[in-house]
Design a protein around this ligand. Structure first.
Ligand SMILES: Nc1ncnc2c1ncn2[C@@H]1O[C@H](COP(=O)(O)OP(=O)(O)OP(=O)(O)O)[C@@H](O)[C@H]1O
Ligand SMILES: [Mg+2]
Length: 270
């Protein structure tokens, strides 16, 4: 089924054209191979478990969490997690890049933020604010842009009033740039990092799947791809698979090594 068909079935609100919409089914397809660190897996499972026990929490008058912030380096699964949550909750994903909102209409940024939260109030969804630091930078560092302080205040207000069946997820590479007041509004926080060896191995196993490969090549990949993000690992393995297909050979060490050298991953700290 085409992407447009999925998207068109989701109710769209006038005035939030800055958002991209994805159905739970599309999200499930994207997040199929997601790998979490043990800690993040625990956090996300607890978050989802609580959402599945709303009545019990209401009985005890304990508010349920509905705001999640994720931070960490590029290509480690933040955006992917938003898809994962949307799939697990069977809610559409409404994805907004906050940097895009600001750059296009500075004067209307606050209005746009309000419209987004108003949409999420009326239509149950996972409202995903990507590149969150674009708006939520500390107010001090933005005194040259007065508008930004106003936007941060709007955001604070929207987060405080956020309730109902929607979930708000924010992601940033630069958590140190986030305004403290905003940071505090998020009840759940997830720290993303480059994969360690066991996570890399798990991801490699998932990506290689049934693809014909030489014995030991997965172990070699795990060592060779040390320091790479999940996104890098994925791109390098895809490149190697293409090479394997055009040369009618199974995946082997040389193909991985060539793919790595051609892809030239930027390793953290280099
Ligand atoms: N933890 C992960 N598990 C499985 N695949 C991953 C993971 N992280 C990244 N990927 C792969 O890399 C792609 C890009 O990841 P994603 O967009 O989630 O990164 P990000 O952390 O949001 O990066 P950025 O900070 O650049 O936005 C994903 O679509 C997926 O294919
Ligand atoms: Mg992202």
């Amino acid at each position: 089924m085409s992407k447009t068909n999925h998207i068109n079935r989701i109710p769209r609100a006038k005035g939030i054209d800055m958002a991209a919409f994805y159905s739970p089914k599309e999200c499930a397809r994207k997040a199929k191979h997601i790998v979490f660190s043990a800690e993040n897996e625990r956090i996300i499972e607890e978050f989802l478990t609580i959402l599945g026990m709303k009545d019990r929490f209401a009985e005890h008058e304990v508010p349920i969490p509905n705001k999640l912030v994720m931070f960490g380096p590029p290509g480690t699964g933040k955006t992917l997690t938003a898809s994962y949550v949307a799939d697990r909750l069977n809610l559409p994903l409404v994805l907004v890049r906050l940097d895009a909102i600001i750059h296009s209409h500075l004067g209307e940024t606050s209005t746009n933020v309000r419209k987004l939260f108003e949409y999420a109030r009326v239509n149950p969804c996972v409202l995903f604010l990507d590149e969150f630091d674009a708006i939520a930078r500390t107010r001090e560092s933005n005194d040259e842009v007065k508008e930004m302080a106003r936007v941060v205040n709007t955001l604070l207000q929207c987060l405080d009033e956020f309730e109902g069946d929607s979930i708000c997820i924010a992601a940033t590479n630069l958590e140190t740039q986030l305004d403290h007041a905003i940071w505090r509004r998020f009840d759940t926080k997830m720290n993303y990092a480059m994969p360690d060896a066991p996570s890399r191995q798990l991801y490699i196993n998932k990506l290689v799947g049934q693809f014909e490969h030489q014995a030991n090549v997965k172990h070699y990949m795990c060592q060779r791809l040390e320091g790479c993000s999940f996104a890098d690992v994925e791109q390098i393995i895809l490149k190697a698979k293409r090479k394997a297909i055009i040369t009618s050979s199974p995946l082997h060490e040389q193909l991985i090594s060539d793919a790595y050298n051609e892809y030239m991953p930027r390793l953290l700290g280099t």
